[in-house]
Ligand binder design. Structure first.
Ligand code: NUP
Length: 216
């Protein structure tokens, strides 16, 4: 997977219209976006289909899927039918639940990203003690793509060591949450950035500044 400028835009905006307005200005410098609950709960999975059709970009659906295998399969099926290229899946629910998403993704020619440790402070409360085990589980399952935190680079480095250099690691937490783009890219293949771009008065300039600050 080649992510243009190593930046994945998190489109956590309330309407498809707003997402389109942002993408009209930024799409030249991006080929991958992440769409999650904020947009899909407001506008439906059609928002995924629309963004995909309009810009031809890769769409990662951030639904942090965390249910029993039978329900995960239905969630994954609907997501890929809407046009998603990849789906972010929680690992803490266990191998069977993640495997259900992986199998469904493969059936559709799509991919999953396994979420290991999250970037917010609360991740230290319950998730952190098991996040490296989640990464190990992913390796055992043959999963290629992972999500890890840019807010704790010592932990991101450990995740990279577990999953190996050939795996693909994307990292949220850059900007508003405190992570640094270039430092994160020492361990991650691409960074996920949302508010630092779409809340800026000048999103084009905000994106360009991040691109300028990283070694591509
Ligand atoms: O651990 C995670 N942290 C995180 O921020 C896993 C995520 N998927 N995210 C998502 O990344 C979060 O939901 C948001 O869509 C994006 C980061 O956005 P921002 O902090 O750059 O605005």
């Amino acid at each position: 997977m080649e992510v243009k400028n190593k930046i994945i835009l998190a489109l956590d905006v309330p309407t498809t219209r707003k997402a389109i307005e942002i993408m009209d200005n930024l799409s030249d410098n991006l080929n991958t976006v992440k769409i999650g609950y904020p947009l899909v709960l407001a506008e439906g999975l059609e928002s995924v289909t629309r963004i995909k059709e309009e810009y031809g970009c890769r769409v990662i659906c951030d639904f942090k899927v965390a249910d029993i295998p039978a329900t995960n399969e239905k969630i994954a099926d609907a997501t890929f039918k809407a046009g998603a290229d990849a789906l972010i899946v929680h690992g803490f629910v266990g191998e069977d639940s993640a495997a259900s998403c992986l199998e469904t993704a493969t059936k559709h020619g799509g991919e999953i990203f396994l979420l290991t440790e999250m970037s917010h402070p609360g991740a230290a409360q319950f998730l952190q003690p098991v996040s490296m085990d989640i990464a190990r589980m992913g390796v055992k399952m043959g999963i290629h793509n992972y999500v890890g935190p840019s807010t704790r680079l010592d932990r991101l480095k450990k995740i990279r060591n577990i999953i190996g250099e050939d795996s693909f690691l994307i990292s949220p937490g850059v900007g508003v949450q405190g992570g640094d783009p270039q430092d994160t890219l020492e361990f991650a293949n691409a960074i996920i950035v949302g508010r630092s771009i779409y809340l800026d008065n000048d999103p084009v300039n905000a994106l360009n500044s991040i691109i300028d600050s990283i070694e591509l």
